[in-house]
Ligand binder design. Structure first.
Ligand code: NAD
Ligand code: ZN
Length: 248
């Protein structure tokens, strides 16, 4: 008999979830690669161009300020809520996310259990000294002075606290994500096209360490052959069983 998601979850004691933009589309935040997704509308901004050009910085800020408004009005969707429920049940050890929208934290998962591989788009940091700055402050500066904000402490460039293309992945987060992955007994990849490395490399790593792998996504991914089971469909319906506490 074919195993259901509830069967896999019932047998697991240490679940680690790995989430991509697909878990947030039901919250109204577009993903990158689906039709109508962000990459079908605009080119990504490279980190070195942000550093080199004021014009590019202002364009990056224009996009980030649109995103923060989206993030603030969005509410955690069923995928986020299902993971929060698995955390409450003591099964979920950590969420490793490529998302920058802050919705896992808002669903009630403690911040120390969330590993953000691509940073966080709900605030900004100084590229030189790391000091945190708020998005509303940046919006005010841009509105008033029409230049990209500079650090209040050291005058360095301030950028949304996300990893742009061409910027290195935070080493500490990646190492922690790898440790959590290899000590899990069930690795749930949810709503990711599994095309962005090194993040997607967690799937083969889990496999090497004998961790069970489930992939839940609307479309097949190149890493489906690694999975013990692939659940193809909408995240809301795949995870409904967790929210209903049902056995099917
Ligand atoms: P992606 O766009 O490459 O893949 C998303 C996947 O989710 C696609 O395969 C799509 O078919 C699937 N999907 C979308 N909605 C779904 C739904 N309701 N049910 C089931 N499947 C669904 O996104 P990714 O793999 O996260 O790629 C990488 C980059 O996108 C990351 O760097 C991340 O930082 C960035 N990003 C983040 C957000 C966010 O924070 N919400 C939004 C867009 C992009
Ligand atoms: Zn600074």
């Amino acid at each position: 008999m074919e195993k259901t998601l509830s069967d896999f979850i019932a047998q697991a004691g240490r679940i680690v979830a790995f989430t991509g933009a697909g878990i947030s589309t039901e919250s109204g935040i577009p993903d990158y690669r689906s039709p109508g997704g962000i990459w079908s509308k605009m080119e990504p901004i490279q980190f070195q161009d942000f550093v080199a050009s004021e014009e590019v910085r202002l364009e990056d800020w224009r996009r980030r300020l649109i995103m923060i408004d989206q993030f603030r009005t969005a509410k955690p969707a069923s995928g986020h809520l299902a993971l929060a429920r698995l955390f409450e049940d003591g099964k979920l050890q950590a969420v490793i996310t490529q998302n920058i929208d802050g919705l896992h934290a808002r669903s009630g998962i403690p911040e120390d259990r969330i590993i953000e591989l691509h940073g966080n788009g709900t605030y900004a940091t100084c590229l030189d000294c790391g000091r945190r700055h708020e998005m509303d402050w940046a919006r005010e500066i841009i509105g008033k002075d029409a230049h990209a904000p500079r650090c209040l402490a050291c005058g360095g460039l301030v950028k949304a606290a996300v990893i742009n293309f061409g910027q290195a992945m935070p080493e500490r987060e990646l190492v922690r994500a790898q440790q959590m992955t290899i000590t899990a007994d069930l690795f749930l990849a949810i709503g990711s096209s599994l095309q962005v490395y090194p993040a997607a490399g967690l799937v083969p790593l889990a496999k090497e360490h004998g961790v069970r792998i489930l992939i839940a996504n609307r479309e097949p991914t190149p890493l489906d052959p690694y999975a013990d089971c692939v659940f193809l469909g909408e995240i809301g319906s795949i995870f409904r069983c967790v929210l209903e506490g049902a056995q099917s």
